[in-house]
Ligand binder design. Structure first.
Ligand SMILES: Nc1ncnc2c1ncn2[C@@H]1O[C@H](COP(=O)(O)OS(=O)(=O)O)[C@@H](OP(=O)(O)O)[C@H]1O
Length: 444
């Protein structure tokens, strides 16, 4: 967790609103901010305020600098457009000069936007009453214009909602380093962890929950690279890495492509690309998973046969093993292959229903598996009774987020006879799975 908030480098100066009406004090504030590791913030709303600092993701920037940058950008764009529409003065200036002016302004804008990174953001809703010092900065909390107050000593009084952040090196936000060498920058990396399956078991929930953690970055959608030969041959591994969002050294990249699970070659390809890749696997009661996949397919393909006809081979009258979705739920077949490629400790397994019922506990286990700083707290999740599962609450903004409508579809009722056939079909696979994993899920 790093140093104590009340340690020598915590923000400890006393300020109030009036001090900051005067912009000349800003340099002084910036000096203080630069010299401290911890920024304590009170989230209490205040109706009107002057906005001197913007705050996001552990960074604080003097707001008026940014505004100035924007202004110059707008003015130069205006001048360039004058040139475009034939103003007398600008007619005398060549396009390269106009372009150069524009680029110079863009460059100046980047200079003005100098962020101050913080090691730890201490975040509290109850801080105001005991606030030692206040420094107004703005943020959109719960869609409203609100004020963040920087102060110290919040941590001890309200540790439950403390938000620890690792201080990214200052160099990461500058153009040149002190010793003149190249600086650490956010770069795109091969994932530290891949959620490789199983589809319809809650993989989206896990990656969305993980993205709440400030030390995790993940691409917006599934990449499906290792199960796509065309992508591999045409673009190669470099392309795959390019699909990842940039990350700093203190962050990890996580990718989710649940269809890797039943494509055994993916295991070998991932191992060849990076043998230390950590893997997360979600498993759900096999028939429930199958029905969930059926619901998704029937929405996408209107001509899909009824469930009974879909799972039963018309020629045999038995469960049709030629239906790929049926065999995806035969987990043991696939798990045994992945375990022949990766050592067991490198694969973390989550039981789907447990994730649904106890997201906090499951995400804390994931955190430990990925060696992440403890972050998840009860307030990060809330039960949405309409959706039937837990949704997320963003700690910085207070905004809530649920998974899309494709999650939580109503399932069809499977007839008794088909249910029996499916249970008998999956029973040997489940027994084998229990043996391989030495785990005991309720449905094993
Ligand atoms: N914690 C939590 N939150 C939300 N949803 C949860 C959760 N755990 C499991 N599920 C159920 O997982 C089903 C979707 O799984 P995936 O996200 O893996 O689907 S996909 O493969 O990405 O399409 C989807 O199942 P169905 O509702 O039966 O379709 C979700 O309801």
């Amino acid at each position: 967790m790093g140093e104590s908030v009340n340690g020598p480098r915590a923000f400890s100066n006393h300020y109030n609103h009036d001090h900051f009406i005067n912009h000349r004090q800003e340099n002084h504030i910036r000096e203080i901010l630069n010299s401290c590791d911890t920024l304590a913030i009170n989230m209490t709303k205040i109706n009107s305020s002057r906005s001197h600092f913007t705050f996001r993701n552990g960074l604080v920037s003097p707001r008026w600098h940014k505004t100035m940058g924007f202004c110059t950008l707008i003015i130069s764009s205006f001048l360039c457009s004058l040139r475009r529409f034939g103003s007398y003065i600008w007619k005398k200036i060549s396009w390269p000069v106009a372009f150069f002016t524009f680029m110079l302004t863009v460059f100046m804008f980047t200079l003005f936007t100098d962020f101050i990174p913080f090691n730890r953001i201490v975040y509290s809703k109850q801080a105001q009453s005991s606030a030692v010092g206040l420094l107004p900065v703005t943020s959109n909390i719960q869609g409203d214009r609100s004020v963040l107050h920087m102060r110290r000593e919040v941590y001890d009084s309200d540790p439950k909602i403390t938000f620890p952040l690792q201080r990214p090196p200052l160099s990461a936000f500058n153009k040149s380093s002190v010793n003149g060498s190249l600086q650490e920058k956010a770069v795109k990396r091969f994932p530290t962890c891949i959620i490789f399956g199983v589809s319809k078991c809650g993989t989206k929930a896990v990656i969305e929950y993980l993205k709440l953690h400030p030390h995790v970055v993940a691409p917006r959608s599934e990449i499906n690279f290792f199960n796509n030969e065309t992508l591999q041959h045409q673009h190669g591994l470099e392309w795959y890495i390019q699909q990842m969002p940039p990350s700093f050294d203190h962050q990890i990249t996580v990718e989710k492509s649940p269809d890797y699970f039943q494509n055994h070659l993916c295991a070998d390809l991932i191992r060849a690309a990076s043998p230390s890749t950590k893997l997360i696997l979600l498993l759900r009661e096999p028939i429930e998973r199958l029905v969930s996949e059926y619901m998704q397919l029937s929405e996408k393909r209107p001509g899909l046969p009824e469930f009974d006809k879909w799972v039963i081979g018309q020629d045999t009258g038995d469960i049709d093993q030629r239906v790929p979705s049926v065999m995806v739920s035969a987990y043991a077949e696939h798990v045994s292959y992945w375990l022949s490629v990766f050592p067991r400790p490198q694969i973390h397994i989550i039981e789907s229903q447990s994730l649904r019922d106890y997201p906090l506990q499951e995400m804390r286990k994931v955190e430990r598996f990925l060696n992440l700083q403890p972050f998840f707290q009860p307030d990060d999740f809330y039960y949405n009774s309409t959706r039937g599962f837990y949704c997320m609450r963003m700690r910085f903004t207070g905004k809530t987020k649920c998974l899309g409508k494709s999650k939580g579809r109503e399932h069809i009722t499977v007839s008794q006879s088909i249910m029996e056939k499916l249970k008998n079909f999956y029973q040997p696979y489940n027994s084998k799975l229990k043996q391989i994993l030495t785990l005991d899920f309720p449905w094993l």
